[in-house]
Design a protein. Structure first.
Length: 357
């Protein structure tokens, strides 16, 4: 049973059917198709704001291209020290921006602390010798499965904007953050000070589709060329637009995310009740980060359950794994079944029961 990530499963049936349906006939290429225009209209309605939309096949591309539109090569981009852009994209943001400097900030549970951002913004600069603060990027859902609520986004984004920065949101799991917070997409983004959003669908029911959503069209000026130059303008654009149209239709995206979140909450509650397991953060989306005895970790892996060890720098003081313990990440998806969650909880409970004398 696989809790390794939410991209270990394919697409939802509805999204897959939409791709097949979009296969028929001829339509203009390079994103000039009617589906792309319809998706833009749907996103405008969803966000209650004029938007510029650029489809790309993956989240790393969405983030790198977004940040390149917000920062010059000599810019400084603030992010969480454990964020995906910082630790998991092989320097793609630096590559797309032509060398901007990513600066990792601390904060518990994957969330940048306001004080950490303030100190970074107020740090002395040395003219031409220093990089120039250009952008802040927040991940929501965070890499720790927690979420920023709109007021928390607004506090960080407001501070950054007062210092002249632009603000990006890595929304690879935006759907899970919206489902978990109950906030509207508008409240979570432009109303809270977000300029550009990487809106991910791939982890939540699409096969491969992400949209870069600009709330300020002026910032998108160079995006068409950047996307083409990066080799990321898919010629048969219907492939991406059809996925997005089906994903957005009838709140399918939210239904999928709600299911994944419900499974994660079930998993969290079940594991937290097992003696010897601690779950340091609330599961506010579709990810659970339990601290397990290493013996239990080995036993579960040996039984075929799949999940990953996780770094623990973001744990609250004293909450980190002690000797003989491991922090692991377990991710639920739109396709996770209740019975699989229950199987994992039962296996964990059975493995921690004292053996009969
Ligand atoms: C928070 C976050 N952002 C961005 C990405 C990048 O997505 P992709 O793997 O499609 O490039 C991921 C993927 O794991 C992610 O977890």
């Amino acid at each position: 049973v696989h809790f390794g990530s939410d991209n270990v499963v394919g697409a939802s049936r509805k999204v897959l059917d939409a791709i097949v349906a979009a296969n028929d006939g001829a339509m203009p290429s390079y994103g000039e198709d009617a589906l792309a225009a319809r998706v833009k209209g749907r996103l405008r309605d969803l966000f209650e704001h004029e938007v510029e939309v650029f489809m790309v096949p993956g989240g790393t591309a969405a983030n790198g291209l977004s940040l390149a539109c917000l920062s010059p090569p000599w810019g400084e981009i603030f992010c969480h020290e454990e964020s995906h852009v910082m630790t998991d994209e092989c320097g793609a943001p630096e590559n797309f921006t032509g060398g901007a400097k990513l600066v990792g900030l601390q904060g518990v549970g994957g969330k940048i602390g306001v004080d950490a951002l303030r100190s970074a913004l107020e740090a002395p600069r040395r003219g031409v010798h220093s990089v120039v603060p250009a952008a802040l990027t927040l991940t929501n859902l965070t890499e720790c499965g927690t979420l920023y609520r709109p007021d928390e986004v607004a506090a960080l984004a407001g501070l950054a904007r007062r210092h002249g920065l632009k603000v990006h949101m890595d929304g690879a799991r935006f759907a899970n953050a919206i489902a978990g917070s109950g906030a509207s997409p508008a409240e979570m983004t432009w109303k809270a000070g977000i300029d550009v959003l990487s809106l991910g669908a791939t982890k939540n029911g699409a096969l491969a589709a992400e949209a870069v959503v600009f709330f300020d069209p002026a910032l998108a000026e160079s995006m068409p060329m950047r996307r083409m130059r990066g080799g990321l303008l898919v010629s048969k654009g219907r492939l991406l637009s059809s996925q997005f149209e089906a994903w957005l239709d009838g709140d399918h995206w939210l239904d999928l995310a709600r299911h994944a979140n419900t499974m994660a909450a079930r998993l969290r509650n079940g594991l937290a009740a097992v003696p010897g397991i601690r779950v340091p953060w609330p599961a506010e989306g579709n990810e659970v980060f339990p601290v397990l005895p290493e013996r239990l970790e080995r036993a579960l892996l040996a039984q075929g359950f799949r999940f990953h060890r996780w770094r623990s720098g973001s744990l609250p003081d004293g909450g980190g794994p002690g000797a003989g313990e491991a922090l692991v990440r377990m991710v639920c998806s739109f396709a996770t079944r209740e019975e699989d969650v229950d199987k994992l909880i039962a296996a964990a409970a059975a493995a921690t029961e004292p053996s009969p004398a």
